[in-house]
Write a protein that binds this ligand. Structure first.
Ligand SMILES: [Zn+2]
Length: 154
């Protein structure tokens, strides 16, 4: 996917002047996909904001902290590494999957159908393992605080 950056300055979360938090984990929030290390501001008065911090999904950021902005979309990150990861996940097409099977002339339709189904399964597995690897690395780097659920504090 070609992305044009012709003098257009994307809007940055830090420009809004609202307090920023950092995503400790990749998760979906207010219709956006956040990536670990991304700086953003919470929707004011949203019901789950307190819970997000308590469970370890977000951490508050100091004001004036140096952030690394994406030149394409303006999203900001606390490290260059997080910005690069965002670029790979959100602005680069995923690695090309293997080509779909082609029917050999001497192959029966049943055999071909079996290979097509196996191919479909393989594509699903590739996608799953990509996501699994990402979540596993985040489990190690930024474990969620499931000991901080409301029930555990009773
Ligand atoms: Zn971006």
């Amino acid at each position: 996917m070609a992305v044009k950056v012709s003098g257009h300055v994307p809007k940055r979360p830090s420009d809004t002047g609202r307090p920023l938090v950092m995503a400790r984990r990749s998760f979906r929030y207010a219709g956006a996909s956040l990536i670990q290390g991304q700086a953003f501001s919470l929707v004011p008065d949203a019901r789950n904001n307190e819970k997000l911090e308590r469970l370890g999904f977000v951490a508050p950021l100091e004001k004036g902290l140096k952030l690394f902005a994406c030149r394409v979309c303006g999203a900001e990150f606390v490290t260059e590494r997080a910005r690069e990861r965002h670029g790979r996940f959100d602005h680069e097409p995923a690695a090309a999957p293997p080509p779909p099977p082609v029917k050999h002339p001497e192959e029966s339709l049943d055999d071909y159908q079996t290979r097509v189904e196996a191919y479909g399964e393989l594509l699903g597995q590739l996608e799953d393992s990509r996501l699994d690897r990402r979540i596993k690395s985040e489990d190690a780097e930024a474990p969620l605080k499931f000991d901080q659920t409301a029930a555990s504090r009773l």
